[in-house]
Design a protein around this ligand. Structure first.
Ligand code: 5GP
Length: 114
């Protein structure tokens, strides 16, 4: 896949407000936050879309979810609640082709989305 803005963030070529990192996952604040809390959890491995996930990526995909839940608990909004979203391709609203889990919190989130 071609290089993305998120690959540049992983390599620290462009700045981001990083809130979590381990060997597999990086999390940083979304530059255009849609809620008081809006953090993106990405695998360090470049995977373009959810459609490109392989069976061998199952643990990595789970790590994104676990990292998001751990962040919610650490930051104290887990009990109030939050939303996690993967956008996929055009109709899903995906604009950066390196998979990312959006974590949104800090206000009541409407459902269904527009
Ligand atoms: P998508 O629309 O692909 O699901 O989400 C991409 C997200 O990446 C958007 O919410 C957008 O605001 C965020 N984003 C795009 N470029 C940057 C950037 O350079 N830095 C950060 N922190 N977020 C970005």
């Amino acid at each position: 896949m071609s290089d993305t803005i998120f690959a540049k963030i992983i390599r620290r070529e462009i700045p981001a407000q990083i809130v979590f990192e381990d060997d597999h996952v990086l999390a940083f604040k979304d530059i255009h936050a849609q809620a008081p809390v809006h953090v993106l959890f990405i695998p360090k491995k470049p995977i373009a879309t959810l459609n490109d996930l392989q069976d061998g990526d199952a643990e990595l995909a789970g790590r994104l979810l676990l990292a998001a839940a751990a962040y919610a608990k650490r930051e104290g909004f887990a009990e109030n609640g939050y939303r996690v979203v993967f956008n996929c391709n055009g109709d899903g609203g995906q604009t950066v082709f390196h998979i990312h889990l959006h974590l949104l919190a800090g206000r009541a989130l409407s459902w269904p989305p527009g």
